[in-house]
Design a protein around this ligand. Structure first.
Ligand code: TXA
Ligand code: MG
Length: 309
């Protein structure tokens, strides 16, 4: 049984978390699937419910910079970035201190983020413990931006979902390693904003190459329906197939998203969930523009359309 909680039930959700339960909650990016990061048994339930490989480490969510400093070997770059962008969609990877091995997949570093969503922050404060939380979807599937998406994948497998409405950002946080500074996953916070604070970030040599972050599997964020990203996608759509586009379009089964990166991000997973639920033969997406402001979204479409191995 998965308990449905509302924003009036934050105390109850916090008590469940303190008791070792697994609770999904909204953040400003996507919904997270949270457990007490200091309780290895509780964290094990996150991996089990998502079917997540134990080799893929989790992000630990904190209530403030002070809590983060207790969990990692903090440094000046971390301080500058956290002061500028926290709370917000930036995850920092640092050498870990007392964090259970299961959270970090046995590795020497921990990923930390202070989320900007008021419900997430209230929950972190009420729980009084850091919360390990991956995105609240079955491993490899489309991330959840609504409580309904969480339940579509995880109903009966998790203890509760705290419904805070639609997650406004729509795609995940940007993950940055700090020894030395490196982009590990493009995300909602732009690379340009981060580089304005700490200077150039190393890249995994760009999109399409292997990045040194175990979670960056090629196939990810993927609908069950076969999904293809091409230029002029509308011309490929046959009857019984669906289209995701930011361009003008008049016909057939179509999800039209805004033609700006923030608007596109906010609607992407919701649109993919809807199209995927229709049982179509195939989904097409219009290829996205060049340019760094579309980097994270090109990354998501590429991974979501990577065929099963
Ligand atoms: O916006 C977000 O980041 C959302 C919300 C819930 O905070 N969370 C999220 O978590 O997207 P998840 O688990 O779906 O993605 C976390 C990413 C994965 O690619 C993982 O491999 C990487 O962060 N990661 C976590 N810990 C890491 C570490 N110690 N070193 C390198 N990468 C790490
Ligand atoms: Mg995820």
């Amino acid at each position: 049984m998965t308990l449905r909680l509302g924003v009036g039930d934050i105390q109850q959700a916090a008590e469940l978390l303190r008791a070792g339960k697994v609770v999904a909650f909204p953040t400003e990016t996507v919904y997270g699937l949270g457990a007490n990061a200091l309780d290895a048994d509780a964290v094990a339930r996150i991996f089990a419910s998502k079917g997540r490989p134990p080799s893929n480490p989790l992000i630990v969510h904190v209530a403030d910079i002070e809590q983060a400093r207790g969990l990692a070997e903090w440094n000046d770059s971390a301080q500058s970035l956290a002061e500028r962008f926290w709370p917000g969609p930036l995850t920092l990877v640092l050498p870990k201190r007392a964090v259970p091995d299961i959270v970090t997949a046995g590795g020497p570093t921990v990923a930390l983020r202070m989320p900007a969503h008021p419900v997430a922050l209230a929950l972190l404060r009420a729980a009084g413990v850091p919360l390990a939380a991956p995105s609240a979807n079955l491993s490899g599937g489309i991330s959840a931006t609504r409580a309904e998406h969480v339940l579509a994948g995880l109903d009966g497998k998790i203890d509760a979902v705290l419904d805070g409405g639609a997650a406004p950002g729509g795609i995940e946080s940007t993950v940055v390693g700090l020894a030395p500074p490196r982009l590990l996953r493009p995300g909602l916070l732009s690379v340009a904003d981060i580089e304005a604070v700490i200077g150039p970030l190393l890249r995994g040599a760009g999109e399409g190459t292997h990045l040194p972050s175990p979670g960056l599997l090629e196939r990810h964020y993927a609908p069950r329906t076969p999904f293809v990203v091409v230029e002029d996608a509308a011309s490929h759509v046959k009857p019984g197939e669906g289209l995701l586009t930011h361009l003008e379009h008049g016909s057939r089964i179509v999800e039209r998203l805004p033609a700006d990166p923030a608007g596109y991000a906010a609607g992407l997973y919701d649109a993919l969930h809807r199209l995927d639920a229709m049982g179509l033969a195939r989904l097409w997406a219009e290829a996205l523009p060049e340019g760094e402001e579309w980097l994270a979204l090109r990354d998501r479409l590429r991974r979501a359309s990577t065929p099963r191995p």
